[in-house]
Design a protein around this ligand. Structure first.
Ligand SMILES: Cc1cc2nc3c(=O)[nH]c(=O)nc-3n(C[C@H](O)[C@H](O)[C@H](O)COP(=O)(O)OP(=O)(O)OC[C@H]3O[C@@H](n4cnc5c(N)ncnc54)[C@H](O)[C@@H]3O)c2cc1C
Length: 410
């Protein structure tokens, strides 16, 4: 049986190990921490569950198939989650005025109908500049900005339009059918993958510190980009130097359980554009998204990004005080707090900026995007800095890598 080593047991490492083990490879999965799952995980409290980071996957056919084969009955969002709010002095379902909407349509629609190529993102063009060019300033500020900051955890002034929008123009997008998660949250998914890996004979080595020099054959590095850069430093200096240029960004996710639900705004949540002096980027109204998971109403508040990394250094007490103030300002709500969980993710996510665009381009030019061959090793890179930041994209790359390894190595 052919041996494969996978380094990093986040969603990328776990899912690629699963696909390879299913193809009959003998997989050793090395994880530096004491548990698998990486950013994904769920705390159970007496009031309900609190996610460590992601609360769901995009419901693609591939994601549905994963849940099915693992025997997980998915939890789908409630109808109430169809409503989404964007803050503009108050949470609104549509944040533009009538005249602003007309201007936005008159700017975007002719291009969309008659000149789609002019909508294509340009090299080294920020998402903000793309938005101003194609949607106008107001729609960029109140629609595009908050929507993208909700996914990429950063202001659009630094994000790369090419990295984020190119898949829309490639014509090979998977169909989007909403969201899905496990009935007990994302930990259900992690537990089931871990169990299946063990059934398939995968050796999971937690608390392990692995040296690339000691591994032979096919190796998949599924760690964050900065760790991949360190692992490759001695053996693959050129690639390591490119990966070092990828900037990592921090995010903080705070889940708060309240004595009583706020009922003024019932929906998926509220995104908060920059410019109002509010630190929070977005609020998830968890109890209006998934049913039967909580005993009491709860929300998740997301803060951070490269411009607000210092927020992660605040004490729990200071964070709760800030959220209480902003909660009153945004939702006008003041219910008393029963319980909370704060997750600080320091330099844990790739910053989808122009440096990452440049790094991906260099890797593609040097033909390093998929596999690197050297001294009796073939190294494949995996993770959210290559495939797209979301879990459905990571899953797609796991399938792609497993197919490619199968093709090359039988
Ligand atoms: C607050 C927040 C909310 C999010 N919400 C969503 C969402 O709703 N939907 C969605 O699709 N995505 C969401 N994301 C993004 C998504 O969670 C991540 O992109 C994804 O989990 C990353 O998976 P990964 O395996 O690439 O990396 P990671 O989860 O970072 O895993 C990397 C693993 O490598 C290990 N490792 C590090 N160094 C070493 C080493 N030297 N040796 C061995 N192992 C090592 C780490 O311990 C870790 O387990 C969110 C992210 C955050 C932070």
């Amino acid at each position: 049986m052919k041996k494969i080593s996978v380094i990093g047991a986040g969603f990328a490492g776990l899912t690629v190990s699963l696909r390879l083990a299913q193809k009959g490879y003998a997989v050793d999965l090395y994880e530096s921490s004491s548990r698998v799952g990486g950013l994904l995980g769920t705390d159970r409290t007496e009031h309900g569950i609190a996610e460590h980071a992601a609360n769901a996957l995009i419901r693609t056919e591939r994601a549905e198939k994963l849940f099915q084969e693992l025997g997980i009955t998915p939890s789908y969002p409630l109808d109430s989650s169809k409503k989404r709010f964007i803050f503009r002095y108050t949470p609104r379902k549509w944040p533009l005025t009538f005249l602003e909407t007309l201007f936005f349509i008159s700017k975007f629609l002719p291009k969309f109908l008659f000149s789609k190529s002019s909508l294509k993102p340009r090299d080294q063009e920020t998402l903000e500049n793309w938005g101003r060019r194609n949607l106008g300033a107001t729609a960029t500020e109140y629609l595009l900005g908050p929507a993208m900051q909700g996914i990429y955890g950063n202001e659009i002034s630094g994000l790369s339009s090419k990295l984020i929008l190119s898949p829309l123009f490639s014509g090979r997008r998977e169909k989007y059918k909403g969201l899905l998660t496990g009935p007990g949250g994302m930990q259900d998914l992690i537990n089931k993958i871990e169990l299946r890996l063990k059934e398939l004979g995968v050796h999971i080595h937690t608390n392990s510190s692995v040296d690339l020099k000691n591994l032979q054959g096919v190796v998949i590095i599924a760690t964050p980009a900065n760790v991949a850069a360190q692992l490759l430093e001695d053996t693959h200096a050129e690639l390591s130097a490119i990966l070092t240029k990828i900037r990592m960004s921090s995010l903080m996710s705070s889940t708060l359980f309240f004595s009583k639900a706020q009922e003024t705004y019932k929906g998926f949540g509220c995104l908060i554009p920059r410019g109002f002096g509010i630190k929070t980027m977005g609020i998830l109204m968890n109890s209006y998204i998934f049913k039967d998971r909580d005993k009491t109403y709860n929300e998740t508040w997301i803060m951070g990004g490269v411009k607000e990394e210092q927020l992660l250094e605040m004490s729990d007490e200071a964070i709760l005080k800030l959220i209480a103030e902003e909660r009153f300002q945004v939702l006008g709500a003041k219910q008393s707090l029963l319980e909370y969980r704060i997750n600080r993710w320091n330099k844990a996510l790739p910053y989808y900026d122009l440096h990452l665009e440049e790094a991906q381009k260099k890797m593609a030019d040097l033909n390093l995007t998929l596999a690197i061959e050297a001294d009796a090793k073939k190294i494949f890179l995996h993770g959210n800095y290559l495939s797209g930041i979301g879990l459905s994209k990571i899953l797609e790359r796991s399938d792609l890598l497993a197919a490619e390894i199968g093709r090359q190595h039988g």
